[in-house]
Structures are given as structure tokens and as C-alpha cells.
Ligand binder design. Sequence first.
Ligand code: RBF
Length: 162
Amino acid sequence: MPILEGTTTAAGLRFAIVVARFNDFVTERLLAGALEALTTAGVASEHMTTLRVPGSFEIPLAAQRAAETGQFDGVVCLGCLIRGATPHFEFISAAVAQGLTHASAATGVPMALGVLTTNSAEEALERAQPGSGNKGWEAAMAAIEMATLLARLDRTTARTGA
Ligand code: RBF
């Protein structure tokens, strides 16, 4: 019974990181975590392209455009939504999740959701601390796992001609 899995190493693969500037006191820490995870996985710095966007709402379009260039094996998406203006919070978080689902399906490029949705700044900072609990780190690892899984799947179907 064949089992296909991704790996935690990604030497030779290329990633885009889309990061929102809104709440940058958190998102810059998520970015640092993501870059550290990619570096640890063997991704060369010239194979990590950071795209900055104004807020989380803009992430899906930038992620889709990046994927459409054909230059990236995965996209790591980073943002931080802090509840406050409740209607906007709900609206933007749903729009980002749906937008990334669509963008990923439309392009076939894996996109990892590293957009925090928290009740407070303290909660957001907790999830952006250095180390493997950092949600930027986790999103990067998810992108690596999916990119390497899909590459393996492509090689398997190429071999079997399926
Ligand atoms: N962007 C975020 O990334 N996080 C937020 O918590 C956030 N809160 C917002 C609250 C309001 C009331 C508005 C109007 C925008 C907010 N944005 C936030 C920015 C949003 O993602 C987007 O950049 C702007 O709406 C411009 O399209």
C-alpha cells in the first residue's frame, strides 16, 4: 500500500512569503520565524522572496499572482488580525481563508495560512515568539511539507504514466 508524505527538508525549492504590514509588531516576528524554518529546511536565501502587502485582506491576490509566475513551489502567507472592530475582523478573516483556498486550487501551488486571528495583542505576540511554536515557522513547515509531497506525487505519476 503506497504512502506518500512530504519532508521537512526542501533544498532546491523556491518559496514566496507574503506578509501583511498591518500589525507589523507581530507580522515581522512571524516573518522571522518563517525565514528561519525555511533556512533550517535547506532553502537558499535567494530562493525565498518576501512580498509585503498593506493588510491581510490583500494577501490572497499577492499570493495568487506570485503562484501564477510559476517561480514558486509554495507560498507562505502571514498576517495578524486582532479582534476589535468585530465585523471587519470576521469579514477579513473569512475573506483571507476563502481567498487562499481559491488561489491555491486555481494555481495548484500550496499556500500555507499563517494569519493569526486573536482576541488581543498579547495573544498574538505569544504565537509569534521565536522557536517552533511561532506560527510563521509552522506555516513555513506546512508549505514545505505540501510542496515536497506534491513534488513526490508528480514524480510518481510521471513514472507510472497515470
Ligand atoms: N489588516 C490586518 O492585517 N489585520 C487587522 O487586524 C486589520 N484590521 C482592520 C480593521 C479595519 C476596521 C479595517 C478597515 C482594515 C483592517 N485591516 C486589517 C486592513 C485590511 O486587511 C486591508 O489592508 C484594508 O482594508 C485595505 O484594503
